[in-house]
Write a protein that binds this ligand. Structure first.
Ligand code: GCU
Length: 406
């Protein structure tokens, strides 16, 4: 609304293209002027350099797979969702202790499809039981924001965002994890969630490049992948990792750090996700790092209002997914997430695919509303409407998956 726009201007939020500062992006193919970038140099050198820059300055460094990791399929049914799906619920324990820290993975697989099946993996915001109204889904015991409780009444509360039936009908599996099982989404100095299992600095002080909450969530997605590798009903070579908003920032980081993910999808991920930081449009770094100081590593704070000195920008994050297919999506009313900045990021990431002889985005201009670009290895759409994950978005992701995961 007009009032919101005026208030935003007062706070210095940029919502007009003409207010975007001039900027120069760090070079994707920087070889210090020595050689010409080749697919080989990218693979053996440049990709690793960029990954390390993101670890050091943006998301923080995550631990490896713990030795003690354990999987327990604690519930199973072949007659879920009116017998259209197999359901499995798996407790992934991060330590030897079954009752200790861990996460529940809720999985639906199309009953009729030939196994193993490809699947979409995503984190959810409020608990696995909010994803659909299936009474067999275990209620989360983890903390939920806004004083919400996990109870019978909250089953399926957020099913709008998760069209499980349509996904099953198109022959894909669906797997989800509550992000709060991995790390509750509030700043407590990294005392709860998965961080204290691996962080034990001698002086009690964390390093400025210690992993934040987004990195922890991405680490959790990799632990789900560890499980998929053991499940013969699931094609672990065809897992698309998807996320909306803060969880879209997370799916990008998961795809960058774990090359086992075959496809990566960012839905309205905005600042710190697909949007270029240097545009300072919408949210921008100072706001995100102030409101959510736990999401990124401490080093990221030094770029608040100082975006031009970042050694990376977000097109480089998307490029880390190449040669695997990636899809970036925006919504036209979601100005906070900078739709144009998300498109440009995809456009400037595109040379990474081209370097490998693949078609990247293949578009110079933003497409019209609801007109997906999907004929290369990098997809993009901007749909009409608000910040959300909708049936329209899902259908486009499945169209893209039909081309690359079948
Ligand atoms: C806030 C935050 C965004 C984030 C969003 C979400 O709006 O500022 O960065 O993407 O929440 O996760 O829904």
């Amino acid at each position: 609304t007009l009032v919101q726009k005026l208030l935003a201007r007062k706070d210095g939020v940029i919502y007009r293209e003409s207010d975007v500062p001039d900027y120069e992006l760090p070079e994707l193919f920087d070889t210090r002027g020595k050689e010409k970038m080749t697919a080989q140099i990218w693979k053996t050198k440049r990709r690793g350099e960029i990954l390390e820059l993101f670890e050091t300055h943006v998301f923080g460094k995550s631990p490896k797979r713990p030795h003690a990791l354990k999987f327990n399929v604690f519930e199973k049914s072949s007659t879920a969702l009116n017998s259209t799906a197999l359901r499995k619920q798996v407790r992934v324990s991060f330590t030897q202790n079954d009752d200790g820290p861990g996460m529940d993975v809720l999985i639906y697989l199309p009953a009729k499809a030939e196994k193993p099946v490809p699947l979409f993996l995503l984190l959810n915001f409020r608990g696995n039981h909010t994803v659909c109204d299936d009474p067999a889904v275990r209620l989360t015991e983890s903390w939920i924001p806004n004083g919400e409780e996990a109870n019978e009444a909250s089953r399926g509360k957020r099913s709008q965002r998760y069209p499980v039936e349509s996904i099953i009908a198109r022959g894909y599996g669906f797997a989800t994890i509550y992000c709060g099982d991995i790390d509750p989404d509030y700043h407590d100095g990294f005392k709860n969630g998965v961080h204290p299992l691996f962080d034990n600095p001698a002086d009690g002080k964390r390093d400025p490049d210690s992993w934040g909450t987004i990195a922890a969530w991405a680490w959790g997605l990799s632990r789900a992948m560890d499980y998929f590798e053991t499940d013969s009903d699931i094609d672990h070579t065809k897992i698309a990792v998807l996320g909306h908003s803060r969880l879209g920032k997370t799916s990008l980081w998961a795809g960058a750090t774990d090359e086992r993910f075959a496809m990566v999808i960012s839905n309205n991920s905005g600042c710190g996700g697909a949007a270029l930081s240097r545009r300072c449009y919408g949210e921008a770094l100072k706001r995100i790092n102030t409101r959510f100081p736990h999401w990124f590593c401490e080093n990221f704070q030094q770029y608040n209002g100082n975006e031009s000195s970042l050694p990376v920008d977000q097109h480089m994050l998307i490029a880390l997914i190449a040669p695997r297919p990636a899809y970036i999506a925006s919504a036209d009313q979601d100005l906070w997430a900078d739709p144009r900045g998300e498109f440009l990021s995809a456009k400037y990431a595109s040379p990474a695919w081209e370097l490998m002889g693949l078609k990247g985005l293949g578009a110079e201009q933003m497409p019209p509303l609801n007109t997906p670009i999907q004929n290369g290895h990098l997809g993009y759409h901007i749909r009409d409407g608000k910040h959300d994950l909708t049936e329209y978005d899902w259908q486009r992701y499945m169209d893209f998956a039909d081309k690359h995961l079948r």
